[in-house]
Design a protein around this ligand. Structure first.
Ligand SMILES: *Cc1c(COP(=O)(O)O)cnc(C)c1O
Length: 454
């Protein structure tokens, strides 16, 4: 095997199509239900929120969905993204495992999110939309949509989870630099925000609340649509560009992963790296072990219920069958803001239910410790979210050492942590604590699940 540790694809190897796992699912997804009628939603129900091209992708069963040339042109600014073999980490762990990581920190916002922000803005602009509303947790998604909005001349309005808005002033400046408007959620701008504040003036906010506000604003104006940075089928579809590239890069390395690992907030970076490989398996090809990693303080896949639930706390969105902690669940304020969502992508929940993937949950101190081991070996400080994947990878690699097992592990290093220095400051100062699993709160939020007969 070559000693090369960085696998770079020629520009002309940038994928021409995204991969849609709906085409290969062994059983179809449960239908998404209208929140009022509780009948399966139709394309027309989604039109107030999304452009038609996005709705088509959301409902598509086609295996390959063409990436428009103008989107590929923008992707080319940082894609194909590099794949690295983590030789120095392997050595530090004294493991026979081969560890590879796909590095999405090379994007202009430092994470995988522009992979979907760019096409979403493109399709909105193509259909005459002028303004997009959205939510953001830690600020990664808002930053990426702000970037995309500036490229396509769209007004972007971002409802940012209040606690993050106050913790991360640089993120807000980043969005405003691209011309976006950033509003702390819950806000006085929406009826839903006002109702939350009336009940709890000190509310820290949550993704579910911010989504409720963004959706409310989008439905009020004809020239305004809404965009979501994770969870939905079309978002997971757009992210598969990472796994498709990684597949080619591993072929350059003459290797194939036995295990693929990613952290899961709503599931998009996980789907992006895992689905192309899982698709091979579902079509009768080589099997992979897929591991989803989440925070113990927001344990959607490991402790949530697989049931119909709303995507937001305002209960405005359609009902989706997914792993959920309940749309009223407000996780404690840990530092991996991107992993604080109460639900999980329907496609990932479905595949978990069918036994095609494993999930693990870790507490935050263990994840930061793992992230620093990675940083000191590989020279990249991971985003706090990505530390969850790193923690699972190190655990696997150490298990391989004990068992004398040689295998290939691939993970998605979905973002760098250069904007998250407050988190690292707190960790290094010994100010972070483990949060444990908030079982009582999970139970309480789950008791509020809507009852859907199906
Ligand atoms: C948003 C984000 C996540 C969580 O979202 P997924 O859809 O689960 O990928 C994870 N990592 C980073 C760096 C993020 O920005």
């Amino acid at each position: 095997m070559s000693d090369n540790v960085k696998y770079v694809l020629e520009e002309n190897r940038l994928p021409r199509a995204w991969y849609n796992i709906n085409a290969d699912l062994p059983a179809p997804l449960a239908p998404v239900l209208h929140p009022g009628t509780r009948e399966p939603v139709e394309a027309a129900d989604l039109e107030p929120l999304f452009p038609r091209a996005i709705i088509d992708q959301e409902l598509s069963q086609e295996r390959e969905v063409e990436i428009p040339d103008p989107v590929r042109d923008v992707y080319r600014q940082w894609r194909p993204a590099p794949l690295y073999r983590a030789r120095r980490l392997e050595k530090a762990l004294d493991t026979p495992a081969r560890i590879y990581y796909k590095y999405e920190g090379v994007s202009p916002t430092g994470s995988h999110k522009p992979n979907t922000a760019i096409p979403q803005a493109f399709y909105n602009q193509a259909e005459g939309v002028k303004r997009i509303t959205t939510e953001t947790g830690a600020g990664q998604w808002g930053s990426s949509l702000a970037l995309a909005g500036s490229m396509y001349g769209l007004d972007i309005e971002v409802y940012m989870v209040g606690v993050s808005y106050r913790q991360k002033p640089y993120r807000r400046a980043f969005m405003e630099s691209f011309g976006a408007r950033c509003i702390a959620s819950p806000s006085e701008q929406t009826a839903f925000g006002r109702s939350v504040l009336a009940e709890d003036p000190e509310s820290t906010g949550s993704l579910g609340i911010a989504i409720g506000e963004a959706v409310e604003m989008a439905t009020q104006r004809d020239d305004t649509k809404y965009a979501l940075g994770s969870v939905l089928n079309h978002v997971l579809l757009h992210q598969t560009v990472t796994g498709l590239e990684a597949m080619e890069q591993l072929a350059m390395a003459d290797d194939y992963p036995d295990t693929v690992v990613a952290c899961t907030g709503g599931g998009s970076n996980f789907a992006g790296i895992v689905f192309p490989f899982l698709g091979e398996q579902l079509r009768g090809g080589r099997a992979v072990e897929a591991i989803a990693v989440e925070p113990l303080a927001c344990p959607t896949l490991t402790q949530g219920r697989f049931a119909y639930d709303y995507g937001d706390s305002a209960q405005l969105t359609p009902l989706t069958k997914m792993h959920t902690l309940g749309s009223g669940f407000v996780p404690p304020g840990f530092h991996a803001g991107g992993l604080r969502y109460h639900g999980m992508a329907a496609q990932i929940s479905h595949l978990k239910d069918l036994g095609y993937l494993d999930a693990r949950a870790y507490d935050q101190l263990d994840c930061f410790a793992a992230g620093l081991r990675f940083a000191r070996a590989e020279g990249v400080i991971p985003a706090p979210e990505a530390n969850h994947a790193v923690k699972a990878v190190i655990e696997e690699a150490e298990r391989c050492r004990e068992a004398g097992e040689s295998k290939a592990i691939l993970f998605n290093l979905c973002g760098h942590g250069n904007f998250d220095m407050q988190a690292y400051t707190d960790y290094l100062a010994g100010k972070l604590t483990n949060l444990g699993g908030s079982q009582a709160e999970v139970a309480m939020a789950l008791s509020g699940l809507p009852s859907v007969e199906r």
